[in-house]
Every structure is written in C-alpha cells, then in structure tokens.
Design a protein around this ligand. Structure first.
Ligand code: NAD
Ligand code: UDP
Length: 311
C-alpha cells in the first residue's frame, strides 16, 4: 500500500484516478483548489478512511508525506485555461516547482499530466513523442501549451539534477462521465446541446480533427505508466482513431436520438487542425491500447449527462 497524492483530484480525470487508487487499496490524498473541480466528483469517497480531501492551490507551497504523486492540477478546457491565463501559467510553473520540490523531499515518484497541446498545431502526423511541436508562444493557447512544455522541462531537470523518478503522460482529448457540462469542451457542448435539441455548434468548417479516448482507457494507461520501472520519457496516451468535428457532431446526434441541427460558428484562433497520437511507445512499453470505441464511450457519457440535464 502506498500513500498517493492526486493534485487536481476533484476534477474529471483526477476523480476517476482516485476511484481506481482507492479500489486497489492505496491511501489517497486528493488536493484541489476547486477552480474547475467539483466536490460531487469525489463525495462518494469522503467516508472512506483511506481517502482524504485537502483544499489547496499548488501555486502555494504545501507539505505532505507521500510515496507517489499524480500531478493533474491544471484547468484543461480552453475556456477554463484562458479565463485567467496568468493563473494557468503560474499553475504549470510555480505550482510545478512546488510539486517537484515535494517529490524531491519525499523521494516520491511523480507522474505529470502533460498534453498533446505540447505539439501545438502539429506539422507531423500522427504525433510521435520525438516531435518537438509547432506552438504559437504568444497566442491565446500559449498559457496552457507553453506552461505544459515548461512543466515537462522542469521534470526532466529535477530528474537529471536530483534523481527524481518522473513519468510524463501526454494526454490526447479524453472524455467521459464527470466532464463538467459547462466546460466548453467539444464533447460536453455537443452532448448537452443534443439532449436539449439545441443547435450543435461546430466551430469553423468542422474538418479539424481530434482523437477521443474514453476515461477508463486513459486511467489504465496512466497507472501502467506510473507502475512500470524502466522508462522516464514522455508517452502519448490517447485513441489513434481520428474524427472530424462534423463526424463527431453526427455521432452525438445519432447516439442521443436528437433533433438538433449543425450550425457553424467562428473557429477559435490557433485551433489545431489535426490531432492524432502515435501510440507505438504505449503499446511497446505499457502493452496498452484503448479498449472502448467512441460509440460505446459516448453512450456511457450520454447516460451520465441525461441524469444532470433536463431536455
Ligand atoms: P479538470 O479541469 O476537470 O481537472 C483539473 C483539476 O485541477 C480541477 O479539479 C481543478 O479544480 C484543479 N486545479 C486547477 N488548478 C489548480 C491549482 N492551481 N491547484 C490545485 N488544483 C487545481 O480537467 P481534466 O480533464 O480532469 O484534466 C486533468 C489534467 O489532465 C490536467 O492537468 C489537464 O491539463 C490534463 N489533460 C487533460 C486532457 C483531457 O482531454 N481531459 C487532455 C490533455 C491533458
Ligand atoms: N469545438 C467545436 N464546437 C464546440 C466546442 C469545440 O467545434 O462547441 C471544436 C474546437 O474548435 C476544436 C475541437 O472541437 O477544434 C476540440 O475542442 P476542445 O475545446 O474540446 O479541445 P481542444 O482539443 O481544442 O483543446
């Protein structure tokens, strides 16, 4: 049994991770500032004596004794991370220094939730871990993209200078129950719009692509990466099936049985045109690949959203 810190543990992915860690018998400390997290995501764990909830912001130092750290604290949806860009940068820089300092002092192994956004609007397709990316350093997404790139750099430097055991997961678009219906991400928007029979807002022509991974697959990959002892460098975890946003809109309309129609809205600045992970490393190092098809994952997610949203 390990004592495991999950920063951002009350968020969408963090709460699913806490569930898995509790299921397998770990002691879990969930730390969150509730910027985009929600107590409802973890309220079922509050009575468990191996689960502890701490309200804290990683931008401020904190002292705990832990064996392992999963660092997920950071808003993930473009609307949320652009709401206060300077705070987003502080979370991935000042916050990251605090988290790395904790890992160093405790001798804890740390896994950091990085992102496909480190590749920016990629010129290499599909994206492999050795691609350095194509990021606009001064654009509206840069607070997130550059923050995550600095966080990776900090990790490598703490590893090289102080021998901290690091794991870097580059997460590609992941979805599922507990995604905040109002977070502005494409799957949350399309499903809430479809359930309400409202227009489905496709930004731009809808020919841009994303590759959608279901949350249970992602958490499995995250745990396998943390638990293996051989590899330090970044690993893509995502679903290599690529969809245009128009295809996604049609899939959501069909899965909901909705009367919604597609409308087109302006494409946000610097919106990546294509995104798809090369998961060769994950297959080789972790024996991992996604198990849940988009249709099945959408169904699970829609069932969950229907309990929250009135048509
Ligand atoms: P989320 O917004 O649901 O979760 C993030 C959590 O971090 C929230 O609970 C939020 O309150 C908390 N948080 C934010 N700033 C904090 C701070 N300064 N101190 C303490 N807590 C803070 O998002 P998510 O989808 O669960 O993403 C989790 C992590 O995975 C993030 O780091 C995100 O960048 C990364 N990621 C997610 C995706 C995805 O598709 N879901 C893709 C790439 C990377
Ligand atoms: N998008 C869309 N309609 C929406 C929300 C998003 O067409 O209501 C598009 C967005 O422009 C992007 C893709 O969906 O091309 C994924 O957006 P999201 O915000 O989910 O995440 P991103 O991958 O851009 O960080």
């Amino acid at each position: 049994m390990s004592t495991v810190l999950v920063t951002g543990g009350a968020g969408f992915l963090g709460s699913h991770l806490c569930d898995r860690l509790i299921e397998r018998g770990d002691e879990v400390i969930c730390l969150d500032n509730f910027f985009t997290g929600n107590k409802k995501n973890i309220e079922h764990l509050l009575g468990n004596n191996r689960f502890e909830l701490v309200r804290h912001d990683i931008v401020h130092p904190f002292y705990l004794e832990v064996d392992r750290i999963f660092n997920l604290a950071c808003p993930a949806s473009p609307e949320a991370y652009q709401y206060n860009p300077i705070k987003t940068i502080k979370t991935s820089t000042v916050g990251m220094v605090n988290v790395m300092g904790l890992a160093k002092r405790c001798g804890a192994r740390i896994l950091h939730a990085s992102t496909s956004e480190v590749y920016g609007d990629p010129l290499v397709h599909p994206q492999t871990e050795d691609y350095w990316g194509h990021v606009n350093p001064i654009g509206p997404r840069s607070c997130y993209d550059e923050g995550k790139r600095i966080a990776e750099s900090l990790m490598m430097n703490y590893h090289e200078a102080h021998g901290v055991a690091i794991r870097i997961i580059r997460i590609f678009n992941t979805y599922g129950p507990r995604m905040d219906p109002n977070d502005g991400r494409v799957i949350s928007n399309f499903i809430t719009q479809a359930i309400r029979n409202e227009d489905i807002t496709v930004y731009g022509e809808g020919t841009q692509t994303r590759s959608f991974c279901y949350c249970s697959d992602l958490i499995e990959g995250m745990l396998r990466l943390m638990d293996q002892d051989d590899h330090t460098g970044p690993v893509n975890i995502g679903n290599p099936v690529e969809n245009t946003m128009l295809e996604l809109a049609e899939a959501v309309i069909a899965a909901v049985g909705s009367k919604s129609k597609v409308v087109h809205m302006p494409l946000p600045k610097d919106d990546p045109q294509r995104r798809c992970p090369d998961i060769t490393l994950a297959r080789k190092w972790l024996n991992w690949e996604p198990q849940v098809a988009l249709q099945d994952g959408l169904k699970q997610t829609i069932d969950w959203y229907r309990k929250l949203i009135t048509p």
